[in-house]
Design a protein around this ligand. Sequence first.
Ligand SMILES: [Zn+2]
Length: 310
Amino acid sequence: MTTAFYTHPDCRSHDMGLGHPECPARLDAIDDLLIASGLQSALTCREAPLVDSTDLGNAHSSGYVAEIRDVLERVAADGRMRALDPDTVASPGTLNAVLRAAGAAVAATDAVIDGEVANAFCAVRPPGHHATRGQAMGFCFFNNVAVAARHALDVRGLERVAIIDFDVHHGNGTEDICAGDERILMVSIFQHPLYPYSGAVPLGDNMINVPVPPYTRGPAIRALIEENWMSPLDAFRPQMIFISAGFDAHRDDELGQLGLVEADYTWITEKVKAVADKHAGGRIVSCLEGGYNLGALARSVAAHLRVLMA
Ligand SMILES: [Zn+2]
């Protein structure tokens, strides 16, 4: 069985303007390295479909889904960029990008549950983990991972899924959507204080939040993961694991001040994969979140994929 790689050219058409770190070139950097390294030929590459509104509504309020669709349709029609928050700008290509990004996560979930592939990585943008039930923020519109996790539970009938978030920023949107949903265990590690300045106090018993100070490096982060994530994950016995795979905790990334390197992403992925192999039949769907130093992003994604493909 292979690893699926979901992406779509529409994910490059979302453009928040010159100099914005969450830029289309991020996906080009990943593609270039996967081709140059030969990894791409061993992946099952699939085009991301458009997500259904029903799936979006399992994670977001129906009013929010309608409002975002309306705003993005108007921007697509009149061609005028519109800021939804100071960091989050809609361009004419944003509508299809957000529908493909969430659609990738849902399609990957189906492919993994149906046993077509062992696991999957979604190379999509915009990212999703800051999008709350009713608010776009922090480069995010729809919460791709939360939408996929709810699809696994509400549509595919799984009873327990885990969400792992190792982006340098706290996944406040995922926490907002999933806190109190006892079918979900979310474990995360993030720099604190840092945007969005939340997460120090978890919002539910099903949230394992590990805030770490700036300049924390790989060995300390590995020890904190070992100490805080592993036994709750083992006790929870997830039937499937979703990863909010942000690579902006890399030491070369300027949006955060943590010190992870490629070998740390390999190690984290191996730890998650061991839990998936033990409890979940290996089922993992990983979705790209942050990662803004193009070289570090591409190398870290390759390290992550090598473990998923092993
Ligand atoms: Zn981030």
